[in-house]
Design a protein around this ligand. Structure first.
Ligand code: BYC
Ligand code: FE
Ligand code: FE
Length: 464
């Protein structure tokens, strides 16, 4: 059995055609990684975890690795015997091991959309290594990057193994689109936004990777069993990405709070709290758009087909979601009116509800850091209608409280609500790289502990 090129737990060597197809995709992937992956650090030894199995205890192995030599593998959680479809029109029927013909296009589209976000995020984060606040943070960036690369592998495996020629073409196209490119952009909005600095990065891993968590949970309910099993394992890796974001923002807040108690934050080389707030407003709203429209026939079709469920579907009694409605506030001229819509068409909004609650939990945590520093100031989530570019609120303007406003009001206040040119310049001006062991940039507090039981002053990256 030769699984040496592509580590896997799917017995790849038993399917020679598939193995050959993936081995042909591998050099194209590596070429993409060299071109669009982390800039400058490819020859350095990085203290990384590599997935080696799916066992709950000990699926990861930590060691120094050069990123191009990272073993990107294909890991699905073990099959559950007798698994049935958990929701929708086919609830109770055996889960599909092969793609059901009638849902082939829908399923391919879901998988391609999921897949596209993974390399996009690596592209967006490509230049951050030049300005890392510490070796600890630099290592976390690269950990996130190689795992997003592995998530691309996870989806490409599904495309190659279940979608024939179209699947192989889609896998090639995933290496051809580029984040932010005018002619061949990535599919979803937030994945074409620039991540210019480490505050963007912490916000992205907090808010955008957290969309990933909710989407992966919804897909892990899928009646298409291989998709369910691959997403279940991706979720275990995703936890670290959100940890990087949530604790990253918290550490910026802690440092800012500390500087606030001593004097002027900008003069001391920190990031003012109102700037942090505006970055929250930006990345939260961009990430909310990733859930799609509030009222969506696609979402209803995905649910009916049994392809995409709700977050932890088992928490619900009724898995058909027929003859039930969901009430949402819908724009009607310059007013908002309550409207009842069929629950199946509201599935994007149901998923977003859980997401907003989860984000609020993190905000509360950051506010406790402000309280501990003895400050009265608080951070907050903007209203979900604020700054939306998808869905029913996209064609209207709303303030951070969610009140409808006119364009003149928007223009008068936008610089208070979203990062303005001065904010970006301010953040950029404090982003000096710190590559010395145990040292950290001035604008962020050190983490409470290191990675895998190592201290903060561990040599997480050995520069080549
Ligand atoms: N930007 O019916 P609608 C992650 C399009 S993140 C651009 O309202 P639907 C990760 C939509 O495609 C998780 N276009 O939406 C995080 C449709 O287009 P067509 C990624 C958008 O289909 C960090 C039209 O608008 N996974 O893993 O119900 C780092 C009307 O759409 C956007 C997934 O997204 C947008 N934001 O829902 C690394 C899971 N939103 O048909 C990784 C798979 C909507 O008119 N995707 N549109 O051409 C899905 O389940 C759904 O496609 C969506 C959209 C939830 C994204
Ligand atoms: Fe991912
Ligand atoms: Fe992620």
């Amino acid at each position: 059995m030769d699984d040496s090129k592509i580590p896997n737990n799917v017995n790849l060597s038993s399917d020679k055609r598939l193995q050959r197809a993936l081995e042909q995709w591998l050099p194209n992937y590596l070429h993409w990684w060299q071109e669009m992956g982390p800039d400058s650090w490819q020859g350095s030894d990085v203290y990384l975890r590599t997935a080696i199995s799916v066992e709950a205890d000990g699926w990861a192995h930590f060691d120094y690795v050069r990123m191009p030599e990272y073993r990107w593998g294909i890991f699905l959680t073990p099959p559950e015997t007798g698994r049935t479809i958990g929701f929708g029109d086919h609830a109770g029927q055996p889960a599909w091991q092969e793609v059901p013909g009638e849902f082939r296009n829908m399923l391919r589209r879901i998988i391609v959309t999921q897949a596209d976000t993974e390399p996009a995020s690596v592209e967006q984060q490509r230049l951050l290594g030049a300005k890392a606040p510490s070796l600890y943070d630099l290592r976390n960036l690269f950990q996130v990057n190689v795992e997003e690369g592995r998530h691309l592998w996870a989806m490409v495996y599904l495309l190659h193994s279940h979608f024939g020629k179209d699947g192989r073409e889609e896998a090639e196209a995933l290496l051809e689109r580029r984040s932010g490119d005018r002619d061949k952009p990535r599919i979803l909005g937030a994945f074409n936004q620039p991540i210019e600095n480490w505050l963007d990065f912490f916000m992205f891993t907090m808010f955008t990777d957290r969309d990933g968590k909710y989407q992966l949970f919804a897909l892990s309910e899928s009646g298409f069993d291989p998709l369910s099993r691959t997403c279940k394992f991706m979720i275990t890796e995703e936890a670290h990405h959100m940890f990087v974001g949530e604790t990253g923002v918290d550490r910026v807040v802690q440092r800012t709070a500390d500087l606030m108690t001593k004097g002027d934050v900008v003069q001391q080389g920190g990031i003012p709290l109102e700037v942090i707030q505006r970055y929250i407003n930006l990345w939260f709203s961009l990430s909310e758009d990733l859930f799609g429209g509030e009222i969506s026939s696609n979402a209803a079709d995905f649910f009916a087909a049994g392809l995409k469920g709700r977050y932890k579907e088992a928490q619900y009694q009724d898995h058909r979601a027929l003859d039930v409605s969901y009430t949402m506030q819908v724009p009607d001229g310059s007013q908002l009116i309550d409207k009842q819509v069929p629950l199946r068409t509201a599935m994007n909004e149901v998923l977003r509800d859980g997401y907003v609650e989860d984000c609020q939990r993190a905000i509360d945590k950051w506010n406790r850091s402000l309280e501990r520093a003895g400050l009265d100031e608080q951070l907050r989530l903007p209203h979900r209608r604020f700054h939306r570019q998808q869905g029913i609120y996209a064609n209207q303007l709303f303030d951070v409280e969610g009140r409808p406003i006119d364009e003149a009001t928007w223009r008068a206040h936008v610089d208070e609500w979203l990062p303005n040119a001065a904010d970006r310049a301010c953040v950029e001006s404090v982003m000096h790289p710190v590559y010395e062991r145990g040292k950290i940039a001035n604008w962020v507090a050190p983490p409470a502990k290191g990675i895998n039981g190592q201290p903060f002053d561990f040599e997480y990256v050995r520069r080549s």
